[in-house]
Write a protein that binds this ligand. Structure first.
Ligand SMILES: Cc1cc2nc3c(=O)[nH]c(=O)nc-3n(C[C@H](O)[C@H](O)[C@H](O)COP(=O)(O)OP(=O)(O)OC[C@H]3O[C@@H](n4cnc5c(N)ncnc54)[C@H](O)[C@@H]3O)c2cc1C
Length: 305
């Protein structure tokens, strides 16, 4: 049943008509619990509150289905506006973005053009930029672009997913760059040809990549809501005598708020991933797919203004 719901939500997340409709209807169906608002000003207020609570942030301007260079440039301008808002408001925040929003499905040239602009503004405002990882089809291209940009910029990182067979190889391959990586389990529907079909193997590989990247001496963001993985990281901290300046926990806005609070109280860095924008629908559906229990958010949202 859970697998069926997962597939339904992932299917819905890719529906262009629903994406369009959702954009014109505004934040609905409980999405407000996990999306910070439609405008950057909404997000700024939420980030200020999170910073006051001792949490740091990475902000994501939501965008799906970019079909033209103009849309990709507009999306890059939104990122630049967000970086300026971070700087102008003195927020403790970074930026996350997806290369498809920068025009990956159009041409690599437009992606690089957009990324240079964003990274320049990021560098001059001391704002770090993480390239989110998307589906397998785009993984190699994303890594190649990351490597290319990392030659010129310090303020850039990316994400690797433990559900892919290739990921331990990527951890080793990228080590020469001493990269700042966010490690996740993976959010897309992938075939057994490229990804572990069993959750148990995804979890085992997650532990392995966390340990290897930390042992290599690289900055590691452990982005998970899973208690087992948080506990595992705490064990590694002792076992490897890690400095807390070498890693952080990351969680999505609206998820595991108690755990976030507890980790802050224990002195860990907790970074909250804060999405905003009117293109909230695909993001919201992917979160429901990850954990159909999140459907409680939907029900709550139906009765809340
Ligand atoms: C900050 C951040 C950034 C991300 N960036 C990317 C990215 O760039 N690319 C990508 O593919 N994916 C990304 N993801 C998503 C990620 O890949 C997973 O799909 C997602 O985090 C679910 O896996 P999990 O490790 O949280 O736990 P799961 O494997 O989904 O759950 C394991 C266990 O954790 C507990 N748990 C999980 N969620 C909850 C909850 N909401 N409430 C209570 N208990 C819970 C439950 O006990 C559950 O059984 C990101 C996730 C985060 C947190």
């Amino acid at each position: 049943m859970e697998q069926l719901l997962r597939n339904v939500f992932l299917f819905l997340s890719k529906n262009k008509l629903f994406t369009k409709l959702a954009k014109s209807y505004g934040l609905k169906f409980g999405a407000k619990n996990v999306v910070a608002g439609e405008k950057i000003d909404d997000a700024v207020k939420i980030i200020q509150k999170l910073n006051e609570e001792g949490k740091v942030v990475t902000i994501d301007h939501l965008g799906e289905f970019i079909d033209s260079k103009e849309e990709a440039r507009a999306s890059a301008l939104e990122c630049i506006e967000a970086i300026r808002a971070i700087a102008d408001n003195g927020l403790d925040a970074q930026m996350s973005l997806k290369l498809t929003s920068m025009g990956l499905d159009i041409s690599e040239e437009i992606v690089l053009e957009n990324m240079y602009k964003i990274l320049d503004v990021g560098a001059s405002n001391n704002v770090f930029v993480t390239i989110d990882m998307e589906d397998y089809e785009r993984c190699q291209q994303t890594i190649d672009i990351f490597k290319h940009l990392k030659n010129d910029y310090e303020n850039i990182g990316t994400v690797l997913q433990s559900y892919l067979y290739r990921t331990m190889g990527d951890i080793k391959d990228l080590n020469y760059l001493s990269p700042n990586l966010r490690l996740v389990k993976g959010a897309y529907k992938e075939s057994a040809e490229v990804a572990f079909p069993d959750k148990k193997d995804v979890d085992e590989n997650y532990k392995k990549i966390i340990k290897t990247h930390l042992q290599n001496g690289n900055y590691t963001a452990i982005a998970t809501h899973d208690d087992n993985m948080v506990d595992y990281t705490k064990q590694l901290e002792k076992q490897l005598s890690l400095d807390r300046g070498q890693f952080e926990f990351q969680m999505l806005y609206g998820f595991r708020k108690e755990l976030q609070k507890q980790l802050v109280e224990e002195g860990y860095t907790v970074r909250v991933y804060v999405p905003y924008g009117d293109d909230w629908y695909g993001y919201f559906m992917r979160r429901l797919a990850e954990r159909p229990a999140n459907i409680a958010f939907v029900l709550k949202g139906l009765f809340k203004k």
